[in-house]
Write a protein that binds this ligand. Sequence first.
Ligand code: 2HG
Length: 627
Amino acid sequence: MSKYYIFDFDSTLTKVEALDVLAEITLANNPKKEEIIEEIIKITNLGIDGEISFTQSLERRIKLLNAKRSDLDVLINELKKRVSSSIERNKEFFETYSDNIYVISAGFKEFIVPIVAEYNVPAERVFANTFEFSEEGEIIGFDRDNILSVHNGKIECLQNLRLDGEIQMIGDGYSDYVTKEAGVADKFFAYTENVEREKTIQNADYITPNLDEFLFINDLPRKISYPKNRIKMLLLENIHADAYEKFSTDGFTVETVSRSLPEDELIEKLQDVHVLGIRSKTQVTQKVIENAPRLLAVGAFCIGTKQIDLEACKENGIVVFNAPYSNTRSVVELAIGEIIMLMRSVFQRSTEIHNGEWNKTAQGSKEVRGKKLGIVGYGNIGKQLSVLAEALGMDVYYYDVEDKLALGNATKLNSLCDLLSISDVVTLHVDDNSLNKNYIGEKEISLMKDGAHLVNLSRGFVVDIPALTAALKSGKLAGAAVDVYPEEPRKNGDFYTELKGLPNVILTPHVGGSTEEAQRDIADFVPGKIMAYINSGNTVDAVNFPNIRLPKQENAHRFLHIHKNVSGVMANINKVVAEYGLNIVGQYLSTDSKVGYVITDVDKDYNQDVIQELKNVTGTIRFRVLY
Ligand SMILES: O=C(O)CC[C@@H](O)C(=O)O
């Protein structure tokens, strides 16, 4: 049986309501523009939702529009730029199924015909209203004999067409779903790429967030083999809203949870999740990984990745990304601020006043100028701090396990011991490697100068807290700033540390990187990497995976194959590809000691059975087809 695909125009084929755009054009210089546009939108929606008769809505809007024939050219150019994204990328469907596609709209042929002509829909398959013009070329009305100018006109229009086959109606509003109710359409697809109307959704057989999904469920030719709305992302721990925005704008389905989840809850939630976004609190353990059947990628929206079992991820073909730079400036600024606050005992003086005490004194209060700053860990944060601290007049020394080039006039020291014994302030910027546990303990503190200060904005387990507490109590150290703790709560609420109540100790709840700027930057960086992987297979900057930067590929299918790095896998992949007569237009391979990641771009058409064969290649961990 033939199938007919009947498309609505406004807010379905295009992102907008054309008459709203026409209003923007004609009212450009009208001082009452905003008011009139608001009124037009209100009238449009009343019509779409069936609250007022369609003829009424049309009449009222045309009057308010005050448009001329020449405005229509501008409108057409504008609409060409605002075709719905998924319609635009699936031109092939419109070309192949041209004879079965109709556009039935209560809009106007004058602008619909030129737009859909580019999608191979000829004027004779466009059913819509036509304008009435005055001799001077002003739009003064519309053809009232046209069935589409009256309420429920689409029903009669479809009836008159007498199409013999299954009729699928795709649209976003009332006039579309009533065709199914009236029995003239067999299925109604609520198209929600541009607007989501409650009544439309309630009356739909299917909700289709874009054309990709429509083509997928109907197994029709499409640009994207697996619609993005079927790819589910779960963002935990209050990740900045921009990340949600980015992913959903690209078509993914996104859920957010403001806290981190314990193991069991996380596993339960992950059952249908493809991408997980976390910050520092969520533990992505081996058990989590092994029980997340669909997980393709994990995004750490922070620097640290210690909370993720990277090896387990790799062995299960899950690619991990992080944000190694985005919050570094924020950490540096806090470190600088705290160094000054500590050396001036500012928090102590402030607390005294809060407690009703005036204690004006210069004792133990020092300038940072000329003091020795010892930076432990000269990475992205340590280096920036080095430059800023020098600008404040500090003498900067650093120690790193790697051989790092000194910036400015900083002095490299060859041992931690040298650095501890020379510094007035020691600041820790080591990574989250578990070998750094209790890196600064009783012995190291004893090597520090009497009256020195310690700053820890790295990881809680790096400092032995009882040893630090003792040193502060005894006066060995004059103060400390601590942002990170060996045990941190999963969500905001009660918290206890031995350091509580000690004078000249600044305590903050792991907020070194928590600035609006850093979180926004992370929410730009990490989704960018994740989408580059999901959409095209790129693993550039992946933390646990062979890195590959892939060229863009047009008119080809891309097979992503993650396998155990054992001999013979590549040969077997290529054997299958050859057996199915596929022409490889590009192949890229990167391996590390455990996994191999091979991307094969093949010519357009291929027998679907090849996919199963490739999945069956011994050693395969994951296989995915893109476009
Ligand atoms: O924002 C966080 O949760 C952690 C920030 C910081 O520790 C990091 O790893 O970047």
